[in-house]
Ligand binder design. Structure first.
Ligand code: DGY
Length: 343
């Protein structure tokens, strides 16, 4: 561990004594842009060196004297971690999804949890479309063919894909990101179906019709998942649902891997029950279900939904702002558990 604030303040003459009065925070991984140096102006920041992994055990050790935690979606913050963090007041997750945090446990202990919604909406919608188009038009297969010398000339039947324009897009989870994906579909002249627990206020603007899950699955040419992970969305797409999809349909998942039963998906792709898939997330990241990598009809991305320079910098700034506001007793802009906020 290096103490970032020591490094940061060395050149600007902050008296060493000031460190003792600063709140202590753990940041589990370096973040893009200047977010961490901004944080270190106000807090004593504990940051691992780039080659250091903060696993569960080290997290527990390092949280013993910390008031704040800025973590990533890969850090498991469970009851055991919280039990060993007696001073912790704020957990700022640098992601929109916060299923890695035991939020109820945090709330019970009066610890506020924040996330970074909004800023990554458009970037994640872009990636959704990149996967959708790549899967429909078999771009990675073509890329592999060209690179390996397998392209021996134009052929009328070479890598025939599926049209996107004029087709039906099914969005499961018409929140912010789902609506941004739907908005892009207008340029492709698509009909849009969506499934939500409740009617979405965003649906009218993007011209989407509400449908039951089963109706959407059996009528959409492309099914795109945009739900948060919860008990009710775990394995939302399993064998039954894949069997309902059209054999020509393509499934896109940029939400959370556990929303799809990955073994059932491998089966459906292998047996041609559906035509293809585009995945950014996996059930047991970074492990993949057996057989997935051998399939040509799936496009695989390494969980990069929000990974653009601009968006990752904004997420880092937002995560720092959430953390600082929480530590200073102000209501952070993106509070996940308002019940824990005491003002
Ligand atoms: C998030 O923020 O939850 C995304 O999965 C990051 O890519």
């Amino acid at each position: 561990m290096r103490i970032e604030v020591l490094k940061h303040h060395a050149g600007i003459g902050t008296p060493r004594d000031d460190l003792s009065s600063k709140l202590k925070v753990l940041v589990t991984r370096d973040l893009p842009g200047d977010a961490i140096s901004r944080l270190s102006e106000r807090c004593q920041v504990d940051l691992p060196t780039p080659d250091e992994e903060i696993g569960h055990g080290r997290m527990i050790e390092h949280l013993a004297d910390k008031q704040g935690l800025l973590c990533l979606l890969t850090d498991r913050i469970d009851a055991e971690v919280l039990d060993n963090a007696p001073l912790l007041k704020v957990i700022s997750v640098c992601a929109v999804g916060y299923n890695n945090v035991a939020v109820e446990e945090a709330t019970r202990r009066g610890i506020i949890v924040t996330n970074t919604p909004g800023v990554l909406r458009e970037t994640t919608a872009d990636l959704t479309w990149a996967l959708l188009l790549a899967a429909a038009r078999r771009i990675p297969e073509g890329d592999r063919m060209v690179r390996s010398g397998g392209f021996v000339g134009w052929s009328p039947s070479l890598l025939l894909g599926r049209d996107v324009h004029g087709k039906t897009l099914g969005i499961i989870g018409m929140g912010d990101i789902g609506a941004a994906v739907a908005r892009r579909a207008a340029g492709f002249g698509m009909r849009i179906l969506y499934h939500n627990r409740n009617p979405s206020p965003l649906a009218a603007e993007v011209g989407a019709e509400m449908a039951s899950l089963d109706h959407l699955l059996s009528n959409a040419d492309f099914v795109s998942l945009h739900v948060p992970l919860s008990q009710s969305t775990r394995h939302l797409i399993g064998k039954r649902e894949l069997d309902m999809m059209r054999p020509t349909a393509i499934l896109i998942n940029v939400s959370r891997g556990e929303v799809v039963d990955e073994a059932a998906l491998v089966d459906a792709l292998r047996n041609g029950r559906i035509a293809g898939a585009g995945l950014d997330v996996y059930e047991n990241e970074p492990k993949l279900a057996p057989g997935l990598v051998e399939l040509d009809n799936v496009v695989l991305a390494p969980h990069v939904g929000s990974a653009s320079v601009e968006t990752r910098e904004k997420m880092a700034q937002m995560a720092v702002r959430n953390l600082m506001d929480g530590l200073e007793g102000k209501k952070p802009p993106h509070l996940v558990n308002p019940q824990a906020y005491r003002g």
